[in-house]
Design a protein around this ligand. Sequence first.
Ligand code: AMP
Length: 284
Amino acid sequence: MLLFKKVDQLQAYLSKQRAKGLQIGYTPTMGALHQGHASLVEKAKAENDISVCSIFVNPTQFNDPADLEKYPRTEAQDIDLLTQLGNDVLFYPSAEEVYPKDIVIPTFDFGPIDKVMEGFYRPGHFDGVVEVVYRLLDITKPDRLYMGQKDFQQFTLIYHMIKQMNSKTELVVCPIIREEDGLALSSRNVRLTAGNRANAPIISKTLSSLNDWLQKDTVRTVKEKAIALLSEVPDFKPEYLDIVDGYTLQPISDFEESPYIVACAAIWTGDIRLIDNIILKKLE
Ligand code: AMP
């Protein structure tokens, strides 16, 4: 695997590959890689000639400085995993490389999409995400960009950003990879206490029950029931559990209201914030 830390060196390499007609699949990450990230890299590798993965813990998307400081960093293990996966290129830049002094990032208009859920509870978070993904796409100019459904609102914003950029990059969204007990893999899971780790699968179990419950009850009742159930788990504090239109991310009040419905949740488990989601309905 080739490792580049400098933007100009990565770009020189990639433009040579592009000149040969090779296609580039790109997976941006913040490291502390797990099988969720691996699934993205594997798909990028399978669908393109060259798989590029980046590891950059982007300081501008952390609304909580303590979260940034405690974010796990496992460089040697990450390099091992990417090598095993046959990833071709790792981009491992410093903050100075990603954000040189003269850099200008355009602004995008997401309407109401970035105001709800993560956008509401993590002020400034999506400004940082959009900034870093814009910059990383500008550097790598991939044919395909690989992102996880795990961050539902994030990939939705990036989809709109790519459209507004008139970029040719295709966004490929990959399914959520879970532990056997249903807990969605996350770099933050390693920081869960044993007790909170044991209870964490209740989040995905609750999300999985929603469709059944919605057969019998209104959206509002089901949402309240889910939040009440999660609130009873020791050390759990639900921040939100919203049942939303999958395109606009606005809350729905009736299950027949939209052909695409998703439930998204953010739950504090002690001092770790876990997010998860489930697609409840998607009619083609
Ligand atoms: P992160 O390193 O947390 O910024 O995540 C990098 C990419 O991996 C994002 O597109 C995430 O949505 C994706 N990802 C994180 N966890 C999972 C998971 N459990 N399954 C699938 N993709 C994931």
